[in-house]
Design a protein around this ligand. Structure first.
Ligand code: ASP
Length: 344
């Protein structure tokens, strides 16, 4: 499915498997996605040329967090109560340094905060108001939660609520209405699973890098699943589930978070390489195309190993994705087409 790609150093990204179906995609929107992916890669490459892998991963993810096109930062999904809560994580293979945040509402770049947790705290994962207090204590400016809201994601929440009302025999959750403090129904888990399969309804952004010193870094950032409830946290901020980096490989995941958590996908991929000697492609394909697919869990992975092998399997119609190697030219794709430079 994916091309065999080899880089000496570079950055690989995804913007989620929650792509619009080809039927829904317009040429204009496709162009916008491809441009945003290319810009993220350019930014990652520039950072890689100036500094180390963590700079590149953070720089690439920042661009996608700022773009309303992706479900991370600005443009994140709404939860069942009409709020936006975001999760992110970052891991550096060398020394297995990691930082993560979950359920933050007022931090413009959650990936930056994850990095601060890694670099300036004794902890790995901070949550909610505690993470936000840590942000303020470390000079991260407050961003009004309204900054993250987009009409498109609000509409997706309304759609999710409508489906919920239609499919729930109890009819709980309102008839497509959304309000802060609304009482969520008890079938949220089922809804998440079915709704995530809808066109463009989910997503996440992520990046992995191999820098010129051979260091591997991975990061992931998301608004989580639409209409999530009960303080639901997915795989993206969980080290070992949605993100992992070791001396062998760096991995960032997207898809049905609950399945990625149960299978510990990101860590399992690296462990298969380390313990079983599997190739990156064999390990990643097995996880995405066999293990997750067997339980109908949508998903995709972007990964790079210490030899510079890049692999990006997914089991959905598309995954926003791309990479940039030492030539500095971003190559991107959305569906099963080959990765290509912008404009081709
Ligand atoms: N993995 C993300 C989550 O479960 C969603 C996604 O990647 O589509 O929060």
């Amino acid at each position: 499915m994916s091309q065999d790609i080899r880089i000496r150093y570079g950055v690989v990204i995804h913007g989620g498997v929650g792509t619009l179906s080809r039927v829904q995609m317009t040429p204009q929107l496709e162009r916008e996605y491809r441009e945003a992916l290319s810009q993220s890669l350019r930014s990652g490459h520039e950072a890689l040329m100036r500094g180390a892998g963590a700079d590149a991963v953070v720089a690439a993810i920042r661009v996608m967090e700022d773009s309303p096109l992706f479900n991370a930062g600005r443009g994140s999904n709404f939860d069942a109560y009409g709020a936006i809560t975001m999760d992110a994580s970052l891991m550096v293979g060398e020394g297995r340094m990691a930082g993560a945040v979950a359920g933050v509402t007022d931090v413009r770049h959650p990936i930056e905060l994850a990095r601060l947790v890694m670099e300036r705290s004794a902890h790995v994962m901070l949550h909610g108001s505690g993470a936000e207090a840590f942000a303020r204590a470390n000079g991260v400016p407050w961003t009004p939660p309204s900054f993250f809201r987009t009409e498109r994601r609000w509409e997706m929440l309304r759609e999710a609520k409508k489906r919920e009302a239609a499919s729930s025999s109890e009819g709980a959750g309102g008839e497509g209405t959304v309000s802060h403090g609304a009482t969520p129904s008890s079938d949220g888990e089922r809804l998440d699973r079915t709704f995530l399969a809808q066109d463009g309804a989910s997503g996440t952004v992520g990046a992995v890098s191999l820098d010129r010193n051979g260091e591997l870094v991975a990061g992931t950032s998301t608004g989580g699943s639409v209409n999530k409830r009960w303080g639901r946290i997915g795989d993206s901020p969980i080290i070992g589930a949605g993100t992992y980096a070791s001396s062998h490989c760096a991995v960032s995941c997207t898809g049905l978070g609950e399945a990625f958590i149960r299978h510990g996908v990101a860590r399992d991929l690296c462990a298969r390489m380390e313990y079983l000697g599997e190739s990156l492609a064999a390990a990643a394909d097995e996880l995405v195309l066999e293990v997750l697919a067997a339980e109908e869990a949508t998903g995709g992975i972007v990964a790079v190993d210490r030899h510079g092998t890049v692999h990006m399997p997914f089991n959905t119609e598309g995954m926003y994705r791309g990479y940039v190697g030492e030539d500095g030219e971003p190559r991107v794709a959305i569906y099963r087409d080959p990765l290509a430079p912008l404009g081709l």
